[in-house]
Design a protein around this ligand. Sequence first.
Ligand code: GLC
Length: 858
Amino acid sequence: METSESIRPDKAVETGTQTMEGSTATLGRVLGYQADKQGVLLYCEHGNIAVSSPVKELVRFTLFTGTHPELSTSVAVIEEFESRHFEVDEDADLNRLTVKWADVTAVVHLQDSTCEVVTHTGQRAVEGLQFYQTTEGNAGLSAAAHPQTHYYGLGEKTSFLDKRGESYTMWNSDVYAPHVPEIEALYVSIPFLIPFDQNQAYGLFLDNTGHSTFDMRQFEDAFEVRTKTGGVDVYVITGPLLKDVIRRYTALTGRMPVPPKWALGYHQSRYSYMSQDEVLELARTFRTKRIPLSAVYLDIHYMRDYRVFTFNGQRFPNPKAMMDELMEMGVRVVPIVDPGVKQDARYSIYRSGVEGNHFCRTLEGDIYIDDVWPGASAFPDFTDDRTAQWWSENQQFYTDLGVRGIWNDMNEPAVFNESKTMPGHIMHHNNGNPKTHEELHNVYGTLMSRATYKGLKDGLGGERPFVLTRSGYAGIQRYAAVWTGDNRSFWEHMAMAMPMVLNLGLSGVTFSGPDVGGFAHHASGELLARWTQMGAFFPFFRNHSALDTVRQEPWSFGEEIEGIVRRYIQLRYQFMPYLYSLFKEASETGVPVMRPLVLEYPDDVNTYNLSDEFLVGKDVLVAPVYRPDTRHRSVYLPKGIWVNYWTGKRYEGGQHVLAEAPLDTMPLYIRSGAVIPMDDANGTFDGALPAAFAEPSGLDQNTLLHVYLDNKSESALQAESDARMDDTVQDDVNRTTVFELYEDDGTTFAYQDGVYNQTAITVQDSAQEAVIKIEVQHQALSGNNGYPIVVTGCAATATVTWVANDKQGAVEQRVLERLSLEQLRQGTQGTAYNEDDKTLIIKLPAGHQHITVVVQKN
Ligand code: GLC
């Protein structure tokens, strides 16, 4: 343990003087340049730079020595590069060179080789970009910033949303010590920074798979990036919107495929569920207690002495029967698989690894052996396609048993030695281009997950695989969801999970989340209740806890806590149609499911470092309580009108409100004007449980469209609004909202061949009436009988008419009959008013492709 001794005065090092090892030199003057296929090669006093734009809306800067650069990329980059037309123009007066593509321009100042990137509409992305080399052979860069520049991205990092004032290291690290703000490196490294200044953003992606540092602390007017190996290969991605930057970054590094729907459900884990009986009993308990559950995890004790691809026969005598029984219950099993393969001549995986030359070696040719859970172990060299294929093929052991998801852990790789990982001098074969581990360290986890994903896909006969990983590099989103490693049951860790996962989302990895309830240390009932409330709205939702900590299953703390936890897990399944549509959107655009407010409200300074509330999509605002004994919290509502999900009370945005939050309530708001497709978990029609609870595949028969209208006449809003009725709010009245509801079989890849449904729901809300349009845009699956609409924010006396104009010009128009709730449940169409929650329920005739509903509000 560290003591005060470590801060003895004679040990002090002045802060703010960190520089790169060795003496540093900028590249100096540009001595000459030459146009190349994709751009320009700059020959400078102390090194050379290739400036290219191999894809739209970005500029790539690659440092090189010699006459020509070697422009390869890491596993992160998937975009097809092309030769794009450009023009070079030297302006002798300004002493600068302009390299112009149709959509982006690079400007190079010849006297000092500093660069700029400008969009075709004249917005500046990076300014004062300057490259360095050191006498030690390291390289780096710095770029201009302003005191008001905010920094986002950088993947899985501690501290708050805005990374100004921080410095982080990219070096995948197994950190069991508490994750505190001064920890500079965790399990995932995504060298992608988003500077955001006066509403304008750009991205800077350093494609370097070794050790690098991003320093936003040392200078007010600049940030600096330093590398240890591999040099500088950096992409400047233009904005100006944050969403543009994310869209382009994820075009470059790929996007998450739509996950199987079960992976979006609630997952239960523990280090470890020790036997087949315990696992079955666990799942049955969830079912008898009516707590939804989609997956159970098997931690390292399921194996025979921690040998991957084995089951301990005493504890798990019949894993196949266990999985079949669980599958009957709608529960999937996700076993852990670590990279370390136990050194044991009698163990077939080790033998085939040695015989096939699949393990990492020293330069001299010895297999690298070191300790992890199984003791002395060897480590597959995933940099070689041949080895990745061997690993993929081995996944069949699991798929044959009925496994659809694998949990890849310890893949930094974590090693129980002094450096905590594989030594830098160990060699990777790297498909015939050998490199040291030091140069490739940060991709080990991604390459392992890629091999696992591929193996599962091959073995699942058309079903979508699920991989969960602890470690990863830029692009990991293409293969795996990320959980944020060994957090603790600390309130602080619950709070920190928000900015951490938000920044992962801004860095391309939307499918992520922490261990709910905390992994190490001991949860309390209150902590579990609050954390489950929050976790229900994170993209990845798994409760996991460590050996020797208090149990953390939903029922571990008595009935009150169990009731709260059940309610919020059910809420997760209730929001499933909304969430699933957002996952689809993220798979197409990269825009994350869980969003910091700044993403939707970039002109609102109150959002710039808002780290304790978040949006799910653009319409659901979540404000968790993350401190003990707290029954109120301040919530910032951005512009617009926000409806308290629990009470229906309306608030004008652009202000902080004090939310009441008794233990069973997490403050939750819906943007007025929004459509939220939800599962009919309340049994409005038939008392059914959420569809996903039973079997989260196929079309959800119980989807309701919740429409939140702005009811200006409502006294509650009047009370809230008083002096705050300003222009920004007026803008939001009469506005149109569109939500794209996406549905498919939830299980297979058939959606890629067009087997899905897509429905656009548009709401135009004005003082007197609301117009709700439901348009089928794509329909390949049948079975859904239309979506009942639940309207919040209109009077009990509201009248409803509908028009269908989908029959080749024929237009039908009807007034819907007002019925009792009971009659509506039985009937096929009509409206009813639900006094309990003050909603108007509308049931429309089925079978229309294009239907417009007009709600006369009063
Ligand atoms: C690591 C993982 C943790 C897991 C444990 C045992 O600490 O991060 O989730 O339970 O190993 O496998």
